[in-house]
Write a protein that binds this ligand. Structure first.
Ligand code: ADP
Ligand code: ADP
Length: 224
């Protein structure tokens, strides 16, 4: 069975359809991107997956079972405001585990060994405002992956970064990807990012979003 399966999912705000008949799959170990212009319903799709909103129709299954309300199998990285500015980086990266009920000391033992891999060595006690934009996004991603959920949901993780930092982060994520057993669904409006990072891409049309094309990326990675 695919890990994630959406079957003719629809969603509207008031009378306006935002997602129309969205059917897609993500298989274990795949990196899948949804590429679409802004306003095309990408964030709404993540709201459905995380349970913040209910679909009006269609089915969402995970490992063959209908997604129920409690205990969703996703670790979600939001587009912005991922870090709390008043918490040190170490305490931001343990948040996801603490929300799951882990004690802070144990959560710290879990995240500390990952700081160097995420380029954050020595910044544990700093506040988010003292870090570069790229470092903040890596800290947010660290908090997301350390939750050890079966699937990552990444909402425009590099969208707010300048072009040079963004390219560096894309290369870094690609490198990380090849070293970990992750499954991910990423939404982006950056064509190069989608092609560079993904195994498959679904292209959304604007309002209401439909999947207008599914592309398997079996090309060599473009330079970025
Ligand atoms: P994207 O993430 O692709 O930019 P969104 O899912 O945020 O798209 O939004 C899709 C569409 O739904 C947009 O036209 C947006 O204006 C509309 N929309 C989003 N949230 C709401 C809401 N709470 N109420 C009404 N319309 C909304
Ligand atoms: P990126 O955002 O991709 O990390 P930068 O050029 O902003 O790229 O940072 C490169 C390196 O410079 C960082 O990995 C870090 O070691 C160091 N650095 C960046 N910002 C700061 C800062 N505010 N204080 C101390 N060191 C920093």
């Amino acid at each position: 069975a695919p890990r994630l399966e959406l079957d003719r999912v629809t969603c509207s705000y008031d009378e306006t359809a935002v997602l129309s008949d969205i059917s897609l799959t993500v298989r274990p170990g795949e990196f899948v991107s949804i590429l679409g212009p802004s306003g095309s319903g990408k964030s709404t799709l993540f709201k459905l997956l995380t349970g913040a909103r209910r679909p009006d129709g269609g089915a969402m299954r995970f490992d063959g079972r209908v997604l129920d309300r409690a205990g969703r199998p996703f670790a979600f990285m939001p587009q912005r405001d991922a870090l709390m500015p008043w918490r040190r980086i170490i305490d931001n990266t343990t948040l996801g585990l603490e929300v799951q009920g882990m004690r802070r000391a144990e959560a710290r033992r879990r995240v500390m060994p990952l700081f160097s891999e995420f380029g954050l060595d020595g910044f544990e006690e700093h506040y988010p405002g003292e870090l570069s934009g790229g470092m903040r996004q890596r800290a947010a991603l660290l908090r997301t992956v350390v939750q050890d959920k079966p699937m990552l949901l990444l909402d425009e993780p590099f969208g707010a970064l300048d072009a040079l930092t963004r390219a560096g982060m894309q290369r870094w994520l690609h490198e990380m990807w090849s070293q970990h057993d992750w499954t991910a669904l990423l939404v982006t409006h950056d064509v190069r990012e989608a092609v560079y990072l993904s195994d498959r891409i679904y292209i959304f049309s604007p309002r209401p979003a439909r999947i207008i094309r599914e592309i398997t990326v079996d090309l060599p990675r473009p330079r970025i």
